[in-house]
Design a protein around this ligand. Structure first.
Ligand code: NAD
Ligand code: ZN
Length: 362
């Protein structure tokens, strides 16, 4: 086991441990994170459990924990109250007390739901996140946002509930389907654009060397990139845990991306829609004279190099009406995140009319 720790300072202080081979050592790490726990519920799903449940469960049992396993049907369609109710029932049956804990083993769907089950059971018990997808390692598992979807919309019910530790074994990314890996790169590029020129440089060199589409098979480079993204997210969270200020920059590409995602009936993956959203914002910034041509070429080029689309034919009317239905808007003002220079994001409030004009310009 080799690992690397990033400390997160939020309402709870915790470490994100990143490394190769960490699953086999999860017992020791969990014992450090939740020393008072005796019972653990491992939440996982039908794709991830066959690959990793045994390794994690054995390590936790060896460390002396009493382990219950809860496996749900993989996919966003399971992210609902019935699945969470199943977790509550398992914990109640096993006689969990307030010092016991939940272990989330899987992608963002698992992490969001297991985190919410922990936030709500007995008014809040501890959770340790073990994210297995790229998107969950660089984004969803860190920062404490948990929740479920409603038929009326995604992530409509939830809670802020910071984990006690996040254990990121980069070896898990080897088994991730290629399209899910590519999707996760959408969020990776987001960090480069909004706040991290060093990450941008690494990704650009990789792309220039023709290795962008091969990143999944380069564990050292990948671990380095995951670590940078987590450091970036930790920095933003430390400043604005509850998403009222700077944390909003993490929504870059998301205002329009969410609308594309919803309008596709969720058939288009989140990270793909975020890439489209970032591409469209780049187009608009260039058209509005906010961005130079060189930056424009670099940003669109990088999105495409990693196998992601940088455009979509969504109309300004659809984009504006969609944004007005989004829970993240404040009053009648849309907080748009713009990047005009790589590594710097700004929050620009726009009225619906201003946003419409901005989009029509491209
Ligand atoms: N809480 C947050 O801050 C936050 C941020 C971003 C996204 N999210 C949420 O995360 C979810 C998306 O996350 P996701 O893309 O990880 O979805 P996911 O959990 O559905 O995982 C994607 C797919 O990859 C599979 N998978 C995961 N890890 C694997 C592995 N190591 N090997 C093989 N297959 C593996 C899963 O079974 C699934 O089919 C959405 O529900 C979204 O709302 C939350
Ligand atoms: Zn996202």
């Amino acid at each position: 086991m080799s690992d690397n720790r990033i400390h997160v300072s939020a309402s709870r202080e915790y470490d994100v441990v990143i490394g190769s081979g960490l699953l086999a050592d999860s017992g020791k790490l969990v014992a450090e994170a939740v020393p008072k726990a005796t019972k653990l519920l491992i939440v996982s799903e039908t794709n991830v459990a066959p690959l990793y449940m045994d390794t994690v469960a054995s390590s936790l049992r060896e460390a002396g924990f009493e382990v219950t396993e809860y496996v749900f049907e993989a996919g966003e369609k399971s992210k609902n109250i019935d699945t969470v109710a199943g977790m509550w029932a398992s914990m109640a049956k096993a006689g969990f007390t307030r010092t016991d804990a939940v272990i989330a083993l899987g992608g963002g769907v698992t992490g969001d739901m297991a985190g919410f089950a922990a936030a709500s059971f007995l008014r809040g018990i501890r959770v340790v996140q073990i994210p297995t997808s790229l998107l969950a390692q660089v984004d969803a598992s860190v920062g404490g946002k948990t929740g479920i979807d409603l038929p009326e919309g995604k992530n409509q019910v939830g809670a802020f509930h910071q984990p006690s530790m996040v254990i990121e074994d980069t070896d898990c990314l080897k088994t991730l389907p290629k399209d899910k890996f590519t999707e996760g790169m959408g969020e990776v590029l987001k960090y480069a654009f909004i706040m991290d020129t060093k990450l941008y440089d690494k990704l650009a060199i990789y792309a220039e060397d023709g290795k962008a589409m091969d990143l999944q098979n380069d564990p050292a480079a990948l671990a380095d990139i995951v670590r940078r993204c987590v450091e970036d997210k930790a920095e933003v969270i430390a400043e604005d845990e509850h998403d009222t200020g700077r944390r909003q920059i993490l929504n870059y590409g998301h205002t329009i991306g969410h609308v594309i995602e919803r309008n596709s009936g969720y058939t288009k993956d989140h990270g793909i829609c975020v890439a489209m959203g970032m591409g469209i914002m780049t187009d608009c910034c260039y058209a509005a004279g906010r961005m130079d041509k060189d930056t424009y070429g670099k940003m669109i080029g990088l999105i495409n190099s990693y196998g992601l689309p940088a455009d979509d034919d969504i109309t300004p009317d659809d984009a504006v009406s969609g944004a007005m239905n989004d829970k993240k808007k404040r009053g009648d003002v849309i907080s748009l995140i713009l990047v005009n220079k790589i590594g710097e994001a700004e929050i620009v409030p726009m009225t619906p009319d201003e946003y419409h004009d901005f989009l029509t310009g491209r």
